[in-house]
Design a protein around this ligand. Structure first.
Ligand code: FES
Ligand SMILES: [Fe+2]
Length: 383
């Protein structure tokens, strides 16, 4: 099969900025080169993933002193560690001796021991032991520590950035705060955290999350029937440069996604309403009164995306359950099924975008956020 040749980067960017200026009623999907061009990806890495805040999961994933989780941000391996004062710090996960990576996955430790020559660091990143190095007179272990990475926790989400000058998350997301606060999501209890690699461009998955248009079709076997599309509500305010969102109100008979009777926080229609924020570039979550699930994405190549995926249940849902283990297993397998449905389409779109005859078509009113995403990309990438 012949693969579509990408336009030169300069032309892709010119078309992207022209598309971003159009109103939604005249807008189309983005050019295939936005997804398939290696030069476009290199620019995204430089201007987006090496500069902006990327979500590394939930603070509740590492509740106790010494609990840690590893996360690669662009090409920087990072360890995120719960400190003895209850705070969270993030460090370069690379040994200060001969640059071996230190920890892997998630776990709990009292100190970090390099698997190569056993240089040993405290959970605060300070070097505390280095075998045989006392033979070297100029060696001062108190002058060696793991470089810190900027890390902020916002409503339970851990965000990381490689940019020392990035605006604080709390300022960036100030407009999202009143919309998500009533749910109390920072108290939801994590039930899943996994990392996966899918064969698609990261933006296909972001865009897929942003529109409910596909729900009755792609998800007809799972959640499709419980979202009347005409009830989709977008923000009526001027789009925020840092995030976008929509609300969905479920039908009363939906098996999940509505408030538990013990939930006294949410009132009226809010008890059946979920908010689906996308924090640019790639943190998306579906926050329902009884659970949430989330994605955080980073590109590994034009056609390969690293996905951090997780889910959590509202505390009153778990507390009232007679069989919490079964509830967790059922919720996880239901969400896995929904994910598999999305995987089928987003991998299909990437194959489609490479086809010689592929061309972008007009957007539907339900794809309002997709056009905001086009505008976000144009702001970040176009000269
Ligand atoms: S590379 Fe870590 S101790 Fe040598
Ligand atoms: Fe979906």
């Amino acid at each position: 099969m012949s693969v579509k040749a990408c336009k030169p980067l300069e032309n892709i960017l010119k078309d992207l900025s022209a598309l971003a200026l159009l109103p939604l009623e005249e807008a189309t999907a983005m050019d295939p080169g936005v997804y398939t061009s290696a030069a476009f990806l290199a620019l995204e890495r430089e201007k987006i993933f090496q500069r902006q805040w990327i979500c590394a999961g939930l603070s509740a994933d590492i509740p106790e002193t010494g609990d840690y989780t590893c996360f690669d941000l662009d090409s920087q391996p990072i360890v995120i560690m719960r400190q003895s004062d209850g705070g969270i710090e993030a460090f370069s996960n690379v040994c200060r001796h001969r640059m071996m990576t230190l920890l892997e996955g998630s776990g709990s430790c009292r100190r970090i021991v390099c698997p190569y020559h056993a240089w040993t660091y405290g959970i605060d990143g300070q070097l505390i032991a280095a075998p045989q190095m006392q033979e070297r007179p100029d060696f001062r272990k108190d002058e060696i520590s793991l470089p810190k990475i900027r890390c902020e926790v916002w409503h339970g989400w851990i965000y990381l950035t490689l940019d020392q000058d990035a605006e604080p998350v709390s300022a960036l997301l100030a407009g999202l705060e009143p919309l998500v606060s009533p749910y109390n999501m920072q108290h939801y209890v994590p039930i899943a955290r996994q990392q996966q690699v899918w064969s698609t461009n990261w933006k296909h998955l972001t865009e897929n999350f942003m529109e409910g248009y596909h729900l009755p079709v792609t998800h007809k076997a799972t959640v499709g029937g419980y979202f009347p599309l005409e009830d989709t509500q977008f923000s009526e305010q001027k789009p925020d440069p840092a995030f976008t969102y929509q609300f969905f109100t479920k039908t009363g008979d939906a098996p999940v996604g509505t408030a538990h009777p013990d939930n006294k926080r949410l009132k009226g229609k809010q008890r059946r309403t979920s908010i689906l924020p996308t924090v640019f570039p790639s943190h998306m979550y579906a926050l329902a009164p009884d659970h949430f699930w989330y994605l955080s994405l980073q590109p590994l190549g034009p056609g390969e995306v690293a996905i951090l995926y997780g889910a959590a249940l509202a505390p009153e849902v778990l507390a009232a359950s007679e069989e919490p283990k079964n509830l967790i297993n059922e919720t996880c397998s239901f969400l896995d099924q929904v994910n598999a449905e999305d995987r089928m389409v987003v991998e299909g779109i990437y194959r489609g975008a490479q086809a010689p005859l592929s061309m972008p078509g007009p957007l539907c009113w339900l794809e309002k956020e997709n056009h905001e995403f086009t505008q976000y990309l144009a702001r970040q990438l176009c000269p």
